[in-house]
Design a protein around this ligand. Structure first.
Ligand code: ADP
Length: 594
């Protein structure tokens, strides 16, 4: 309600002034400019004057202008002309008609003005409600993510412990998967509201498409197999292994479409097909993703409706959904500048088709191998001891983080609110601080500001650890002086990754890290090439013979989706123009299989 009191007070006097001025100008115009009309059309300029007053000030101003016009004609007119204007009953009738018309004009203008004010109030109320919804969602998200962080974190930590029976490991797996499912539902609802509130943004990064496709088919295949379905990447696919696009949204689109195809297919196959069309209408290459199934299909009348939020047609499957998957998918695709369509016939199957403008990328553009695939089991030989302070009020969260960090060999202390965090910082001088945002007494933002103002406070690395979902909050956190940001629920690798980034620590891993950097390129393993489907290998051979970099890159995409390690090696060597070595290896593999 910010609009009314000041503006109404303002209007109350201004509208009468406007009425007065409008009538004065009308009289002047009528006498001076239109004086040659004499007695004819006396009301000519007064109608617009009343209209202006009424439109600006409503009924009261319109009535005032009407009365002023009549008084002007009646009293002032004789002063300017030899004859009084009101001379017989016809003139009185004319004045009455003018009066009536003007009352009606004023009444209509008043109705319009009220409707405008009502619309404005409604708009402001809707904006306030939307704002309240965002605040509600972000705090709900916080409340839900915080316990989920503990469920997911502890269950996966416990799964790695020795001495568990198979039964216990299995149960922990169920807890973990249920937690993941809950998290994906929360994320769906949040995604939808972020989209509605205009918070969703696109972040295009170089990504390994081959690996992403392999990951998603690998993820969905067990579920498909459980239902007796075959889930395959179409070997006729032709796409580059590396592209530049919004990785999170693209992944969600693929997961939703393949997940739905599996969910709504009772027997037969689900086929994923990816192709790159050289240049689309946007001037960029178009990635065409098709997900075909032999499932229950969608009636023609419902094919548009299924993209609306909360629309669910089939209640026959065992897996429940939210009815938000396709709505989010379409929003993501459109945000990325693409489009989605569906062709389907009931009982025969469906084909979802997505066209996305993308840029082709090279392996060199990809970020260095992240530690996330590898499980950290401790600090590397000769690493100094690092003191890490956790400032977090929720016991289950700091307990999890402390266990993770102590397990890896960090020295850890905990402060359970912002004020205690500032005090611990002064007494213990940690190298790194994990800072929760919402805490009693002093929140994480303020605690960070206070620490930054203390001696030595500029050097310590501070990373926020928060359940918030909006990017704006990330910006606010960075503006408060933090160095980094990790979202709950976190993966252990994200925590170790962040520490490595800021402290330069090195770890020991459960599996040996992949070779990176300037190590000499190992030859492409002939067995891996021989194990490929013949048409993929042949496509690679003919692309290598053509020496066309783009075609070579496109032929590697589907290979990377089947065997990410081989895809990576091929892409790297192709990136270094090792075409003849590659061709020899591919031809040798071809001969070995014939
Ligand atoms: P849900 O969570 O229900 O899967 P979606 O938004 O992903 O929500 O899908 C909306 C509805 O569209 C589904 O409930 C289902 O009826 C229909 N649908 C989606 N994909 C398919 C498909 N591949 N085959 C048949 N029906 C589908």
């Amino acid at each position: 309600m910010t609009w009314n009191w000041n503006s109404v007070r303002h209007w109350t006097w201004l509208r009468y002034v406007v009425a007065f001025l409008a009538v004065a100008v009308a009289a002047l115009l009528r006498i001076k400019l239109l004086g040659s009309l004499d007695q004819r059309a006396p009301w000519l300029t007064f109608y617009p004057a009343v209209m202006i007053a009424a439109l600006y000030g409503g009924l009261a101003a319109g009535l005032l202008a009407t009365v002023l016009c009549c008084l002007t004609i009646f009293y002032l007119w004789p002063l300017f002309g030899p004859l009084p204007f009101i001379k017989d009953s016809a003139d009185w009738l004319g004045m009455a008609v003018f009066f009536l018309n003007c009352i009606m004009i004023s009444a209509v203008a008043e109705a319009m003005r009220r409707a405008q004010v009502r619309a404005k109030v409604a708009r402001e109320q809707a904006e306030a409600a939307n704002q309240a919804k965002s605040v509600f969602l972000s705090s709900m998200s916080h409340e839900l993510r915080t316990p989920l962080n503990a469920i997911l974190g502890f269950s996966s930590l416990m799964r790695n412990e020795a001495g568990l029976s198979d039964e216990q490991r299995h149960t922990l797996g169920i807890i973990n998967r249920s937690g993941e499912h809950l998290l994906s539902l929360i994320n769906d609802v949040l995604d939808m509201s972020k989209i509605e509130a205009g918070h969703a943004l696109i972040e295009a990064v170089p990504l390994n498409l081959g690996e992403m496709v392999a990951d998603i088919t690998g993820l969905m295949r067990p579920r498909a197999a459980e239902q007796g379905l075959q889930l395959d990447l179409d070997p006729a696919s032709d796409f580059p292994p590396y592209i530049r696009a919004d990785a999170v949204k693209l992944r969600q689109v693929l997961v939703n479409l393949v997940g739905n195809a599996v969910k709504y297919t009772l027997q037969g196959t689900v086929t994923l097909r990816l192709n790159l069309q050289p240049v689309g209408a946007s001037g960029q290459p178009l990635l065409v993703i098709e997900v075909a199934d032999t499932g229950i299909g969608i009636p023609a009348a419902d094919q548009e409706r299924i993209f609306a939020p909360f629309v669910q047609l089939h209640a026959v499957t065992t897996q429940k959904g939210t009815g938000l998957g396709l709505a989010i998918t379409r929003q993501h695709v459109e945000l990325m500048g693409g489009r989605i369509s569906v062709q389907s016939s009931p009982d025969k199957g469906s084909l979802f088709r997505v066209e996305l403008p993308v840029e082709v990328a090279t392996p060199a553009e990809l970020p260095a191998t992240r530690v996330e695939q590898l499980r950290v089991i401790g600090l590397a030989e000769g690493q100094p001891v690092h003191r890490v302070l956790i400032v977090e009020d929720q016991v289950e969260n700091w307990l999890l983080l402390r266990r993770l960090l102590e397990g890896a060999g960090f020295e850890v202390q905990v402060a359970e609110n912002g004020a205690a965090g500032v005090e611990r910082f002064q007494a213990w001088r940690p190298h790194f601080i994990w800072m929760d945002i919402r805490m009693p007494l002093l929140d994480g933002m303020e605690a960070t500001r206070q620490i930054r103002a203390l001696p030595g406070g500029k050097e310590v690395k501070i990373a926020a650890i928060t359940a918030s979902v909006y990017r704006e909050e990330r910006d606010a956190v960075m503006a408060a002086g933090m160095d980094d940001f990790v979202r709950k629920p976190f993966q252990p690798a994200e925590i170790f990754d962040c520490l490595a980034r800021h402290l330069g620590v090195q770890y020991r891993y459960a599996a040996a890290p992949l070779a990176t950097g300037a190590a000499p390129e190992p030859p492409v393993p002939a067995q891996a090439l021989a194990a490929l489907p013949a048409d993929l290998r042949r496509a690679l051979v003919s692309a290598l013979i053509s020496l066309d970099g783009e075609q070579i890159s496109r032929s590697i995409g589907p290979i990377a989706a089947l065997d990410p390690a081989l895809g990576k090696q091929l892409a790297q060597q192709a990136g270094h123009l090792q075409y003849s070595a590659l061709l020899q290896a591919a031809q040798a593999a071809e001969e070995a299989t014939t």
